[in-house]
Design a protein around this ligand. Structure first.
Ligand code: GAR
Length: 220
């Protein structure tokens, strides 16, 4: 089976990128990372990619100017970088730019995102603080197909994390992040093996030998 070619898009730290790099080291993993793109030249994740011998490209959104025309030009550069490497799937991993409906439509069903909440609750930024402020008892993370809305789209997998008494946003974020690092490679694997696919706006799973979608139960 030929491995699917991934582009991982980052804006910062890159710990989810690292989790995908580690997973793809296994011979039987169905995907390889062919490109890492950052919209910020100083994203620490770029160093992780370089350390792993993966091609990187910085496409700084600010270089294309503001407004709709700037966004369109930025996305044209992004699409060109992806097309040039014959990429199968784009994995957003802490990529902090909202992609337009036109871009998402061009790569329909081929863009994934990870978000540190149980979507559709708690979209956007500062989600850990927001979850604690709301008093939720179960938090978690979600991998989903990207649609034009922010942190929106058909869900591939979720992992749940118990919120502890006296939790801080940092402590909660760390525990969720540990689940993110397992969930993202698992969901990418399902997709690249053809065991999860997008059909009519929903994710359909092939249930072989009892293997269902990657839902993890909360742990105290
Ligand atoms: C991760 O927690 C990811 O879920 C989140 O940004 C962090 C990136 O960390 N993404 C979003 O909030 C998307 N809306 P990383 O750079 O170490 O992977």
């Amino acid at each position: 089976m030929s491995r699917k070619r991934l582009a991982v898009l980052i804006s910062g730290r890159g710990s989810n990128l690292q989790a995908l790099i580690d997973a793809a080291r296994a011979q039987d993993y169905p995907a390889e990372i062919a490109l890492v793109v950052s919209n910020l030249a100083n994203a620490p994740g770029l160093g992780l990619a370089e350390g792993a011998g993966i091609e990187t490209e910085v496409i700084d959104h600010r270089a294309f100017g503001k407004g709709a025309a700037g966004k369109e030009a930025f996305e044209a550069a992004l699409a060109a970088a992806v097309d040039a490497r014959r990429i199968d799937y784009l994995c957003l991993a802490g990529f902090m730019r909202l992609l337009s409906a036109a871009f998402v439509g061009r790569f329909d069903g081929r863009i994934l995102n990870i978000h540190p909440s149980l979507l559709p609750a708690f979209k956007g930024l500062n989600v850990h603080e927001a979850m604690l402020a709301a008093g939720v008892k179960v938090a978690g993370c979600t991998v989903h197909f990207v649609t034009a809305g922010m942190d929106e789209g058909p869900i591939i997998g979720q992992a749940a994390v118990a919120v502890l008494p006296n939790d801080t946003a940092d402590a909660l974020a760390q525990r969720i992040l540990a689940e993110e690092h397992k969930l993202y490679p698992t969901c990418v694997k399902l997709l690249c093996e053809g065991r999860a696919r997008l059909e009519g706006g929903r994710v359909i799973f092939e249930t072989v030998s009892g293997a269902g979608p990657p839902l993890h139960n909360p742990r105290a």
